[in-house]
Structure formats: structure tokens, C-alpha cells
Design a protein around this ligand. Structure first.
Ligand code: N01
Length: 484
């Protein structure tokens, strides 16, 4: 049986849930949200590794329409964020619109509408919205010999809680945002921790603290107080954009804080040299932690900086010929951000896949609409990511744009809209020009922000309020349109 709907949304992370709530509030009732798992939450449901928490303050990292006065600390732990998404789903009455256990296998524009096939049934939609975020598919490095390894192997985003790490000799591969959170959490338990570091990250102090019961009751009774705190965090973070995008020299100053943090927390000069980055702060995502350096300085931790040559049944051999005996391997190797699985699922006009449309790199008008893909909108699309502030703010900007697109279509009797190629080109050229002077381009590093050609197709190179202005109104003049 084929289910027919006006709108199909894919995914129930912040993007899909936010979209569903706003659709409902705007009076669009004929929509479903397809979710592969059994509950909502997206990356905040899947990432259950020990120590997982948000590195953006929760008063900002939440929906503007659903403030939560009950956050327990300034940087919330993962279970609280997952719980928040569940509560928003129920409080705004969108759970009935969600079809759980539906893994999208393909989405094809048939010239008239979208045909979405899942392993468990087919759907059609006039309009398709992707809420499949970029932090959904774990990236597994191809390590020679890994299939011969005898012990458990898992990724931080697919943590195997059945493996008791007590007394184990564990290899952790990667030192990014996830690893710096779970390394301090598992270090006291494991017998040995071999940390395979390809590039040391910059780590800043984490100004986390418990939110007191008094503060929480103030936020409950006076929502404006929480709004004011949120605004303060927003503008504080926004001021960082100058350093990231316009005046990278500022980052050298900010780097001094990270240098001091490192010097205070790592006394051993040899270890300090090993974990000192050789690029400017901000080139890769800036990490926050007060317990990462103390953990790596413990006697049961070895930071391995030689590359991995091969994996044997009982360990990892590095390029210097040393064999590191381990019985467990944990990947903290991040996600497929510029090689999104959605690229192979979605086929637009003339059967062209997103992968083919993006053979020269990911691009979209306002990070949301793609020429060749009528009635398709992508949340957290190309160049909408942030290194300094809350993705929820960007997601809400995109959602408002999509809701306005739907209203405009209704008001003007439009059956289909497809962004004009020249409009997309002009927008993307502007983004690329803005990227030239950013710290991500000039900071002296490679990062997952960049694609295989070295282009930054992931981050938004300006202020987030600028993005909000640009997405405030859907302009049908920028689109090829088909009347009803
Ligand atoms: O992944 P990463 P992550 N051999 O890509 C290394 C979000 N997040 O999961 O730097 C050896 O940052 C790689 O080395 P290098 C946040 O947006 C948010 O930690 O490429 N090493 C790096 O050290 C974040 O940015 C929170 O040289 C290999 C690491 O693995 C994003 O998720 C918390 C390798 C990957 O780091 C991803 O973070 C956690 C190989 N073959 C995550 N391949 C919040 O608090 C990769 N590496 C909101």
C-alpha cells in the first residue's frame, strides 16, 4: 500500500521534530515524519557514549518555542537533551505524525511528486524535507587487518554498552569532540588506554556549572529571565564570528587561553609537546574540557602519535613498527559529513542523484534548496553548520523558510518550485568568496569541514543573524515554478 501525503519529512532529530512542530502550528496537517529508529532524538538518541554532553550552552541549544527551565547544568548531558526532544514531540502533539521503524531506501521525483521507498512501505509526497543531519552516519576508517581483530570493536556513535571496559586494554582512535568527552569517562575504569592521535585538538576550559534550584524556579516563573540569559549567550557567541570569519588574527589571542589551559594541566613537557596543535585555534572545531588533559596525563594512558600501519588479532602496529597490545578498539573517528548517505538516496529531475548533482562539491541555495530537485528542502544542508553557536538556531531559520515556501505555494497556486540555477550559483559563489579569509581556510589544518577537494562546504561563513535575515522570506522569483 502507498501512503499519500502533502509533505514527508525524514528524521526526528532537532531538524525533523522542529519541522513537524512548525508545520502543525502553521496549519499543515497532512504530513508524516519517517524515522528509522524506534524513538525520536537523532544524533542525541544514538550517541550514548559515556560523558556525552553538549558543548553549546543548553539555554541556547534548544528550540526558541520550547524553552526548558529545568536544564540541570549549563552544558547538558546527552540523556537530558534526548529527553527534551521526546517531551517537545509529545507537548506539541507531533508523535502521531511519526512513522517509526521506516528506513528510507530511496526518494525519487517522478516529474509530479516524490516517491519515497522504505523497507517497510512506500510513501508519496508533494514536498520532501530532509532532516537527516550530517552527524548521523559514523565514519569508519579502513584499517588494514581490522577484520582479524579478536576483541570488540565499536564506534562512539554506536557505543556497545554490553562491553564491560573494566580491566581492559583499550585503543581509542581519534581525538575529536567525542573522544575528548569519553576518554576521561573511561580512563579510570580501563587497565590501559592507548590513544591514537592523528592531530591534537585545541582544548579550552569548559565553564560548566550546575543550574541551582533557585535559578530554575526563576526561569519557570519568569520565562523572560531565561530569554534574557539565552540572548546573552547568543550575542556572546555571535561576537566570536569575527575571529572565525573576518579577522582570523584574533584567534591567535584566544589561543593563548588554550595554551595556558594546556600548560596548567599537562606538566610533563614530552606529553605537552605531543598534544600541542600546530594550527591556529578555530581551524578545527574548538573543544571544551576540564578533564581531558588530566585523563591523558594519567599513568595508564599512552598517547600514540605514529600512524596506524595495521591491526593484528591482538593489537595495533604503528608505522614505527611498535605493536600496541589491546583487546578492545573504540573509534572516535567522527561522521560522514561531506559524503552523506542521503546523496545516494535522493534522485531529482531526470533521475539525477544528489551525488551526481554534487560531483563538484555540496551546494544549495541558502543551504536549503537545490537546483534539479523540485519541491525538495534540506535542513542542515551545505554551508549551514556552525563552529561557534547553536545549530538549533540555524535549523529554525531554515524551517521558517520552508514553512513560508509552503504558504507561498498555496497562496499562488503553485504545484512545484525549483530554485533557479543562476540564483543558486550566485549564492554559492558568495559563500565561497566569504570562505577565503576564514580561520577554517587559513588556519593551517585539514578538518572534516572540508571536502575531498579542500572546499569548505559545511560551515556558514558569517553571522547567524545574517542567515536568519536571508531565510526570512521565500522569494518565488528565485524559483522556476509550475502552476497547479
Ligand atoms: O569526530 P571528529 P567527533 N586514523 O571528526 C580522527 C559534533 N559533536 O565524533 O583530526 C586516525 O571531530 C580525527 O583525526 P584528524 C561536533 O560537531 C558535538 O569527535 O582528522 N585518526 C579526529 O581526531 C563535532 O565536531 C558534540 O587528524 C582518525 C577524530 O578521529 C562532530 O560531532 C560532542 C582517522 C574525529 O574527530 C564530530 O565529532 C561530540 C583515521 N583513519 C561531537 N579518521 C557536542 O558537544 C579520523 N580520525 C555538541
Amino acid at each position: 500500500m502507498v501512503e499519500q501525503h502533502r509533505i514527508v519529512v525524514i528524521g526526528t532529530g532537532f531538524a525533523g521534530i522542529g519541522m513537524a512542530v512548525r508545520l502543525k502550528q502553521a496549519g499543515f496537517e497532512d504530513f508524516v515524519v519517517l524515522e528509522r529508529a524506534g524513538d525520536v532524538g537523532g544524533t542525541w538518541r544514538d550517541n550514548t557514549y559515556p560523558g556525552c554532553r553538549c558543548d553549546v550552552p543548553s539555554h541556547l541549544y534548544s528550540f526558541s518555542f520550547a524553552p526548558n527551565p529545568d536544564w540541570s547544568s549549563t552544558f547538558s548531558p546527552q540523556p537530558e537533551i534526548e529527553d527534551y526532544l521526546r517531551k517537545v514531540t509529545d507537548a506539541f502533539g507531533v508523535r502521531d505524525h511519526i512513522r517509526f521503524g521506516r528506513t528510507v531506501e530511496s526518494a525519487d521525483w517522478d516529474g509530479d511528486r516524490w516517491r519515497i521507498r522504505t523497507g517497510e512501505g512506500e510513501f508519496t509526497a508533494d514536498v520532501l524535507v530532509s532532516g537527516m543531519g550530517p552527524l548521523a552516519e559514523p565514519a569508519y576508517p579502513k584499517l588494514p587487518g581490522i577484520e582479524s581483530f579478536e576483541g570488540p570493536v565499536f564506534h562512539s556513535a554506536e557505543w556497545d554498552h554490553d562491553v564491560d571496559l573494566a580491566g581492559r586494554k583499550v585503543a581509542v582512535i581519534g581525538t575529536g569532540a567525542s573522544a575528548i568527552q569519553f576518554v576521561p569517562a573511561i580512563q579510570p575504569e580501563v587497565e590501559e588506554l592507548h590513544l591514537f592521535q592523528r592531530t591534537p585538538p585545541w582544548v579550552m576550559p569548559r565553564p560548566d556549572r550546575k543550574i541551582t534550584p533557585l535559578e530554575r524556579s526563576v526561569f519557570r516563573r519568569f520565562p523572560l529571565a531565561q530569554k534574557a540569559v539565552r540572548a546573552g549567550i547568543y550575542w556572546g557567541r555571535e561576537s566570536m564570528v569575527l575571529g572565525f570569519t573576518k579577522l582570523p588574527a584574533i584567534m591567535k589571542q584566544a589561543q593563548k587561553v588554550a595554551e595556558r589551559h594546556l600548560a596548567q594541566q599537562v606538566r610533563d613537557p614530552l606529553l605537552r609537546a605531543k598534544v600541542t596543535p600546530d594550527f591556529t585555534l578555530g581551524c578545527k572545531r574548538v573543544l571544551l574540557s576540564d578533564d581531558y588533559y588530566p585523563a591523558v596525563a594519567r599513568p595508564n594512558v599512552e598517547v600514540v602519535t605514529d600512524g596506524i600501519a595495521e591491526v593484528t588479532p591482538t593489537g595495533i602496529v604503528t608505522t614505527d613498527g611498535v605493536k600496541h597490545e589491546v583487546d578492545t578498539i573504540i573509534y572516535g573517528t567522527g561522521f560522514r559529513v561531506t559524503d552523506l548517505p542521503v546523496m545516494d538516496l535522493v534522485h531529482g529531475r531526470d533521475g539525477v542523484s544528489l551525488r551526481d548533482a554534487w560531483s563538484d562539491g555540496m551546494e544549495a541555495h541558502l543551504g536549503t534548496a537545490i537546483s534539479g530537485f523540485p519541491n525538495f528542502f534540506m535542513l542542515i544542508g551545505p554551508n549551514t553548520g556552525l563552529g561557534h553557536s547553536s545549530m538549533v538556531f540555524m535549523i529554525e531559520s531554515q524551517i521558517a523558510y520552508i514553512v513560508d515556501a509552503l504558504k507561498t505555494m498555496d497562496a499562488n497556486g503553485l504545484k512545484a518550485v525549483e530554485v533557479r540555477r543562476d540564483v543558486q550559483r550566485a549564492f554559492v559563489d558568495g559563500v565561497r568568496a566569504s570562505m577565503r579569509n576564514t580561520i577554517w581556510t587559513r588556519g593551517g589544518c585539514t578538518s572534516w569541514y572540508l571536502d575531498a577537494q579542500g572546499r569548505n562546504t559545511t560551515l556558514w561563513p558569517s553571522f547567524t543573524f545574517r542567515f536568519r535575515q536571508l531565510t526570512r522570506r521565500f522569494d518565488p522569483g528565485q524559483y522556476e515554478t509550475v502552476a497547479m
